[in-house]
Design a protein around this ligand. Structure first.
Ligand SMILES: Nc1ncnc2c1ncn2[C@@H]1O[C@H](COP(=O)(O)OP(=O)(O)OP(=O)(O)O)[C@@H](O)[C@H]1O
Length: 375
């Protein structure tokens, strides 16, 4: 059996079952394991209970059970400056941001990784469902994990080679039910703990209410694409392209079909709405993305290649042709078939079969070379 005892691995422990089982597996494999809990947000809830404190209690219990040392580190300042300010700026600009991606690139796999390396760690391990593979040239590739249903490569898509080569994902060949079973058999207190959902700093709170505490909302008209006023919106930032819920609009003489958000006019502060799921205004055949990052390093020259892509987290891959512009690190992505509700601010993520190639941020979507008025 290989001797891993000289290899130090810092495990990011959230108090959840995934990172707990990650720590357990590494310990069983003989690594020198250290658990670290990160506090990113002062999340005292409406009843005055700080969920981070409860989570850290779980980390302590699990670490004691497994027999590993543990620490806690505060990254509230970094999180506030690099993730939350970006989140607010994007909403202000009418876009729909993805703070989880930013949290990974700027906090979990940057400040936290640096902290782990300062603790003399050889690797940082996380309980994400993702997989890495090192090729014969020593280059690390990002792969889809065994559990396709939990696949988190979408949120990791903007990490670099420098970051992923120091990272381990111990759950890469396990499914979530298998992870829960391992936790139960090992008697971990959080074996049945509920999965976290939604944006971490909002938790179970009402999204509109949360956002209104940070950004002043300016209400305006809801209009049809030909300019007819049909209602009032509470602030453009509360709506996302393709959204149906919460518009409060009923049937019309012409149609009983539900209403959907099909655009935003920031200048006029108007929300553009239309009846019917399949509005042609929602369908794009191309997008532009910036800040493109490839796990194996960005190509130095302009390139064109076929791939599959996701434009949002829970979506089946679609076939695309990518034209990458090396100087600006931007890409034009042409879809094999028109795609619905491609939303500026969300991430574009590219795949080649089982491999996740990388991604960027969606800036604009087009149909027949005409830019859709989505922000
Ligand atoms: N507060 C935290 N401190 C340290 N590491 C964290 C923290 N939050 C998340 N992580 C790390 O990031 C991974 C993915 O985070 P995510 O929020 O997606 O959790 P999850 O899939 O619900 O996992 P878990 O069951 O471990 O909470 C976690 O498994 C853990 O390794």
């Amino acid at each position: 059996m290989v001797d891993n005892s000289k290899i130090r691995v810092v495990v990011g422990m959230s108090g959840g079952v995934d990172s707990s089982v990650s720590a357990l597996l590494l310990k069983q494999q003989g690594y020198d394991v250290v658990g670290v809990f990160m506090k990113n947000w002062d999340d005292t809830n409406d009843d005055g209970v700080c969920t981070a404190t409860e989570d850290y209690e779980d980390v302590k219990k699990v670490a004691d059970k497994i027999g590993i040392p543990y620490y806690s580190i505060n990254f509230e300042k970094e999180y506030w400056e690099r993730v939350f300010q970006y989140f607010l700026k994007e909403y202000k600009a009418g876009r729909t941001p993805n703070p989880d991606i930013m949290c990974n690139t700027e906090v979990k796999f940057k400040s936290f990784l640096e902290y782990a390396l300062d603790l003399d760690a050889d690797y940082l391990a996380m309980g994400h469902y993702a997989k890495t593979m090192v090729d014969e040239n020593g280059v690390t590739h990002m792969m889809r994990p065994k559990d396709g249903n939990k696949d988190q490569t979408y949120f990791l898509s903007q990490l670099t080679q420098e970051q992923i080569k120091r990272v381990m994902f111990p759950l890469q060949d396990l499914t979530k039910p298998e992870v829960r079973r391992i936790a139960e058999e090992a008697g971990l207190v959080n074996a049945k703990k509920k999965d976290s959902t939604g944006i971490c700093f909002i938790g179970e709170r009402n999204f509109k209410h949360f956002l209104s505490e940070f950004l002043p909302a300016q209400g305006g008209d809801m209009v049809t694409p030909d300019g007819k006023v049909v209602g009032h919106h509470a602030g453009l930032m509360y709506y996302t392209i393709g959204q149906r819920q919460g518009l409060g609009l009923g049937s019309t003489k012409e149609s009983t079909a539900p209403w959907f958000v099909v655009g935003k006019d920031l200048e006029k502060n108007q929300l553009i709405v239309e009846q019917g799921y399949d509005s042609p205004r929602l369908y794009a055949d191309r997008l532009q993305a910036s800040g493109m990052t490839f796990f194996t390093g960005n190509p130095e020259e302009d390139t064109e290649f076929k791939a599959t892509a996701k434009f949002r987290y829970r979506q089946c891959d679609v076939g695309v042709t990518v034209k990458y512009h090396a100087a600006s690190k931007t890409a034009d992505v042409y879809f094999d078939e028109p795609a619905r509700a491609v939303t500026p601010g969300q991430a574009l993520v590219l795949y080649n079969g089982e491999e996740c190639l990388g991604g960027g941020n969606i800036d604009a979507a087009f149909k027949d070379d005409k830019k859709l008025q989505l922000v």
